[in-house]
Write a protein that binds this ligand. Sequence first.
Ligand code: G3I
Length: 360
Amino acid sequence: MKFIKKTSVKLMILTIFMSCTSPASEKFDNSESLRNRADDFGIIIGAAVEQSHLSELKYSETLKTQFNCVISENNMKFSFMQPNEGSFSFENSDNLVDYAIENDMKVRGHVFLWHSDYQIPDWVKNKQYSQLKGVIENHVSGGMRHFNDKIYAWDVANEIVLDSGAGLRNRTLSGGDYSVWASSLYDDSVIRSAFYKADSVRKEIGDDVGLYLCDYSNETKGQPKSDKFYEIVEDWVNDGVPIDGVGFQMHLMEKYTPDYINIKAQIDRFQNLGLDVQFTEIDVRIEEPFTRTKLLNQAEIYAQILRIAKEKNIKSYLVWGVTDKYSWIPSTFNGYGSGLLFDEEYQAKPAYFELLEELK
Ligand code: G3I
């Protein structure tokens, strides 16, 4: 009952807000922005950005008004950054970094080492495994030296653990379990070398950028993938691998209530290892139709994750996109969408207002 009352008040506020912001007006209420609240609160609220959308006024206005951080959604991935061996291409990501600097926003780097087929160029696929240590070291070095101190944290490696929790994605497996970067379930030597290189480069250039390992479905203690992710990182810490923290991507589903108790337990054990924890790719996808009840439920999940961030001193709360208009969700999960804070018309959704409320 209490939830129903609270949410109906919020719906009234939402209705008032929506009636004041016609899609055509392109006006934004800066005084009430998420960004202002986040700045006051000392938390990084970021969004994944596709550089090509920055020329769209509403996209750019929403981004710089509501968020204090950007993450490149695709342009810093391997095939974009080093399409040919030794030949780096930074034009699109430089544009994004310039935009962030102009608007006094932080930049997160995403990502040096990732298995996903579409972003590994053929020249890397054609290398022998024994050559990949050198390949990733040059890649990390080239990227870090170029961006220098403009990036506050790098996703050095991403999604290295199999969904089953059996070990690492690797070259002996197929489909989504395949990764060029490991030769077996246990051989993380190339991945570790990416972190060692990143650490030595940051020391050379005198930068204090944070080095992170990120994954999805790694946030819940007691689940096989989350436990394996923890075991791997614990080994790294014991072996002195220079890692500063872990990213929980948090690609969630509205229809499943997250196990908040075990999310907190998972955070605790990484923090007990001396590592930082960040939420790096949040979205909460909804199955069609996108009813009001589902949007309110989604809002509660977004808010609960932010409450956990506040309770556990997690300083980065990053969502995977600015608007549902360009979200990766509908093309990946048939029948799902509406996962972000702003809808396709850039109207703020209940989740947005819940976050504002939480940052009061
Ligand atoms: O750029 C090409 C374009 O030239 C072509 O016409 C078009 C046709 O399919 O594809 C375009 O590339 C797409 C690219 O996004 C840029 O828009 C790729 O097909 C598409 O697969 C790619 O998807 C990205 C995906 O990573 C790659 O696997 C999503 O935008 C991006 O949101 C998603 O982000 C990942 C994170 O990096 C890691 N964690 C999971 C997250 C969601 O999958």
